[in-house]
Design a protein around this ligand. Structure first.
Ligand code: SF4
Ligand code: SF4
Length: 207
């Protein structure tokens, strides 16, 4: 099979349309002539016409095909989980975290740092808690191991930062007190089930 036959071997069967591109210019003069010929035939402006047509459609015809991020955001899947959230107890508004440190221990990216202390009532409280989202790989181990369902993954996905190391503190992730009523619980492994209250066994008074 010749080179030409090889190049055209499937052309007939698939209804390709061959475009006559002419001879490739060899000398400088031939190249210059080709440029002039194309410019005179206004081929240069054909692309610009398409560009301006689409631009006007987008600006004035309401046919914008791009999203003006960060002012506009595309909806994400309801089960998408990324940036951590720290939950509060609905009854008291106190944070759920008991400072057990399991999340810090299990974190395989070693990006959680926390510390605890005793408050004036000798109750343990979280004094420091940060997650380095520059290192977090969103494996979900911290949320799975948490015995209090205090740390969960939320729907926020923006982890970009001007600094290489972007930290989030406990307060950044904690549900704001004025939004406690809207605090979302996520269904799935490790989450509170709908009939959780019924499963609670109270200690008999005799004990
Ligand atoms: S999701 Fe994984 S890597 Fe990120 S903080 Fe939790 S345990 Fe660490
Ligand atoms: S595992 Fe849960 S309760 Fe324990 S320190 Fe981490 S967030 Fe707090």
């Amino acid at each position: 099979m010749s080179l030409e036959e090889f190049k055209n071997r499937n052309v007939g069967e698939q209804n390709y349309r061959l475009v006559d591109v002419g001879q490739t210019p060899q000398t400088g003069m031939e190249k210059f002539e080709q440029v002039v010929k194309r410019a005179v035939k206004l081929e240069l402006f054909t692309g610009l016409k398409v560009t301006f047509r689409e631009m006007f459609k987008a600006l004035f015809g309401g046919q914008m095909h791009t999203t003006k991020y960060p002012f506009e955001k595309l909806p994400i899947a309801p089960r998408y989980r990324a940036i951590h959230e720290m939950k509060r107890l609905l009854e008291s508004g106190h944070y759920r975290c008991i400072g057990c440190g399991l999340c810090e221990k299990i974190c395989i990216a070693n990006c959680i740092r926390m510390d605890t202390r005793y408050d004036e009532n000798q109750r343990k409280e979280v004094s420091e808690y940060t997650i380095n989202f520059g290192r977090c790989i969103f494996c979900g181990y911290c949320a799975e191991v948490c015995p209090e369902l205090a740390i969960v993954h939320g729907g926020r996905y923006e982890t970009a930062s001007e600094q290489r190391a972007s930290y989030s503190t406990f307060e950044d992730m904690l549900t704001p007190l004025d939004q406690l009523a809207q605090q979302s619980e996520f269904p799935g492994f490790g989450a509170v089930s709908d009939d959780a209250d019924k499963k609670i066994k109270k200690t008999p008074l005799a004990y």
